[in-house]
Design a protein around this ligand. Structure first.
Ligand SMILES: Cc1cc2nc3c(=O)[nH]c(=O)nc-3n(C[C@H](O)[C@H](O)[C@H](O)COP(=O)(O)OP(=O)(O)OC[C@H]3O[C@@H](n4cnc5c(N)ncnc54)[C@H](O)[C@@H]3O)c2cc1C
Length: 461
């Protein structure tokens, strides 16, 4: 249901928001801006017929809540699975579940629109594991996570943005963003330049260029570049039909309800989830150390199989069948931009361009969607272009606080991971550390619209 912030302002003409980057956060921004009654134009550098890139992505409940609100549901061409929350299981490296109290009561809403597709409403009272261990849980109203192929997510967001009235230009690279002084009414604006020289004028530019954003430093006082986290990441697609002699446990995982399994131990992290109708799994492995140290093998899976010797044998079977492996040095932004808007307040950063952090809590995408929702919600209160800087300043404040907290939690998780004994975190609720906190009311139950409304009401512009 539309709230006041999603209803177009009656009198004033809508703002024109120029979005640089048509990845998940740029497209989500276009959706949120359109729902707020404004006009969004997205410029995406990738050419129209270029296949959508990427492997699996997970939207945590805090992000899934927004996708439902924006009207994204499963369609015949673009597939995702709702993962019942009790089926996102954190295990030690041997596959024993860590817990016991994985889920605590959610505070952020809930209702019919947050029901899982499996017919359940994720009001969980108990769950089991394939080890026969009962994990006691409290009731939660957090919506289920969604597991995707990145390409399907981007296609679906693009389709929704266009349906809501946004314009999406593909094959269009933005080379510059400049503030433009106001004239008569004092309201400034922004001008972007495209590769080839064409220019567009708008009331606000949203830079959603991802981790390696080139325009970020034209907005910020302090230059900011991503740096290596000290982890090497391996992302693989695993076809279920290609797995030879899967163990009973792996068969149960593949045949059971859609599930996410995460293993931790020896400073390393492995996670798997389904990502398409055809039974493709997405497998992500993060190991400490620089890329070069792991680079001497001819068969990349071979070095991972050796590295993960003694881990849950489910992992071996998947590594054996894995193809399309991608290996890269994981990066993050060494500090978060403070503020994340230009001095004049007419350009802002959203998504990975502002938030990039380590993968451990799977929060990157959800945090990016929250950025879009927060900005859209605040722009819903803007009555004229002169109010844009106040809206972007409030956006910066809300999002920096939130991202910093998640970043701190991620850092704690990482330091616990590095310090873990070989069999993973100690068993027990305290062993979950930040993962447990994340699944509590602060993390997964965060409602970006509700928080932005609250901040606006206590500090209106
Ligand atoms: C190719 C690719 C593959 C990925 N694969 C995975 C994956 O398998 N699993 C996973 O969890 N995460 C993956 N990610 C990261 C994940 O999508 C992001 O963490 C997250 O969704 C943030 O999205 P974003 O929109 O902020 O940034 P991004 O997803 O990085 O999107 C930024 C977009 O901006 C465009 N762009 C950049 N510069 C310009 C410019 N000057 N003008 C116009 N457009 C520009 C890029 O082409 C890109 O589409 C991938 C990202 C990319 C770009």
């Amino acid at each position: 249901m539309a709230t006041t912030s999603e209803i177009a302002p009656d009198n004033p003409p809508p703002l024109h928001v120029l979005v640089v980057g048509g990845g998940p956060s740029g497209l989500a921004t276009a959706i949120a801006v359109s729902l707020a009654g404004h006009r969004a134009t997205v410029f995406e550098a990738t050419p129209p017929r270029y296949p959508l890139q990427g492997s699996g992505v997970i939207t945590c409940p805090n992000g899934a809540r927004l996708l439902s609100r924006w009207g994204l549901e499963e369609g015949p061409d673009h597939w995702h699975r709702h993962v019942p929350i009790e089926h996102w299981q954190l295990c030690n490296r041997l596959g024993a579940p860590l817990g016991p109290d994985l889920i605590t009561s959610g505070t952020g809403g809930g209702g019919d629109d947050e029901r899982g597709e499996e017919g359940g409403n994720n009001n969980i009272s108990s769950s089991d594991s394939d080890h026969g261990t009962s994990i006691p849980t409290h009731k939660t109203k957090a919506p289920p996570p969604w597991a995707w192929k990145r390409g399907d997510l981007v296609a679906k967001l693009r389709q929704r943005a266009i349906k809501l009235g946004a314009t999406v230009h593909l094959g269009t690279r933005v080379t510059d963003v400049r503030h433009e002084e106001g004239s008569g009414d004092g309201a400034g604006g922004v001008r972007i330049r495209l590769h080839g020289g064409e220019e567009h004028r708008g009331d606000l530019a949203v830079v959603a260029q991802g981790t390696h954003s080139r325009l970020r430093n034209t907005l910020l006082d302090q230059p900011l570049e991503p740096v290596a986290t000290g982890y090497t990441a391996f992302r693989m697609d695993v076809s279920q039909s290609g797995i030879v002699n899967p163990s009973p446990k792996l068969v149960a995982f593949m045949d059971g309800p859609p599930s996410v399994r995460t293993w931790v131990g020896q400073g390393s992290y492995v996670t798997v989830h389904p990502m398409d109708k055809a039974g493709l799994l997405s497998l992500l492995v993060l190991v400490p150390g620089a890329l070069q140290q792991h680079n001497e093998d001819i068969i990349p899976q071979g070095k991972l199989i050796r590295y993960l010797k003694g881990w849950d044998d489910m992992i071996y079977s998947m590594l054996d069948a894995a193809d399309a492996q991608k290996e890269w040095t994981a990066t993050h932004l060494p500090a978060l931009p403070e503020p994340r808007h230009s001095p004049q307040g007419t350009s802002v950063l959203v998504g990975d361009a502002a938030n990039t952090m380590s993968h451990f809590l799977s929060q990157g995408l959800s945090l990016d969607l929250e950025d879009a929702a927060t900005l859209g919600c605040l722009l819903g209160h803007v009555r004229n272009a002169a109010q844009v800087p106040a809206a972007t300043a409030l956006y910066s404040r809300i999002r920096n606080e939130r991202a910093q907290r998640l970043r701190d939690m991620t850092a704690v998780f990482e330091s616990q991971l590095r310090a873990t004994p070989s069999d993973g975190f100690v068993n027990g609720a305290e062993g979950l550390g930040p993962e447990g906190e994340l699944r509590s009311s602060f993390g997964w139950s965060y409602d970006a619209y509700a928080e932005a409304e609250k901040a606006f009401n206590s500090d209106p512009f």
